[in-house]
Design a protein around this ligand. Sequence first.
Ligand code: ADP
Ligand code: NA
Length: 332
Amino acid sequence: TFTPRVFSGIQPSGNLHLGNYLGALKRFVDWQANDVETIYCMVDLHAITVWQDPADLRKSTRELCAGFLASGLDPEKSILINQSQVPEHAQLAWIFNCVARMGWMQRMTQFKDKAGKNAQNASLGLLAYPSLMAADILVYHATHVPVGEDQKQHLELTRDIAAKFNHDYGVDFFPMTEPVIEGAATRVMSFRDGSKKMSKSDPSDASRINMTDDADTIAKKIRKAKTDPEGLPSEAEGLEDRPEARNLVNIYAALNEQTVDQVLADVGGKQFSEFKPMLADLAVSKLAPISTEMARLMQNQDEIDKILSRGSERAREITAPILRKTYDIVGM
Ligand code: ADP
Ligand code: NA
């Protein structure tokens, strides 16, 4: 049996957005309040699976850390790290590259999406991404991983890798980690196209709410969000074939820490012309203070760097013994 321990990460690959906040960050903060060890990571090694300008990567990593802190993560309560500063992540990933099978990686929908038509020209790292992700998690023997819905398949692969390692070496060394996909907005969709998820990696999507947006920008983007001509239903089933409408209600529920049915009990029957200003007010009240605090923290980058280097020292107290034991099991 494994002591409960929480790990999760976000890529410093551009703007932190509302989907990252509701699907991941806000949940990280919830877990921090529980009596378990929590480790949260800026995954820069994942970011470079597609080209990143070095100066931009450095800035995005600090900005992401500022976003973690401004959202309520406390470096005294959680271990905050930058992935490349804890070398055991990459070291364990190599072992896992030798445990995982090519076919497992080629089946991943995120790889297919990101590699596009010319998969032969994608980086080898992009293909191996889930193996590094498994190492990120298992190098802490983490038992719970709060993530958005898009990461479900990668978490299944993490369990497959743990199981194959344990089986191949005849040990019970790595835990079967549980994904924790919770809340009303586990998959926030684009405000421009309700069939696509809101994502950092789509630079052309100007409708995305970024965590650095000020109050006016947030309100404007919500006003412009695509909807359909109907009003709001009084029950969740009424949103079934209405992805844009459902998305806005999900966001409202997640920001207000309610269920979708609770929200609809209040706003059912209203038109979107009335609901959108309510959502805009709510979003501004929750998000604008975070962006203000991020800007303040970015004025003091030395402080951010110190938090991350202290975090990596604490992390290595956990990862170094687990890697040493893994090497021992493998015969190294
Ligand atoms: P992105 O997909 O924007 O590049 P990451 O891959 O770094 O972001 O994901 C970081 C975390 O944010 C993951 O837990 C992921 O599931 C979550 N996440 C990303 N996009 C969304 C979204 N649109 N809705 C909900 N959660 C999301
Ligand atoms: Na993602």
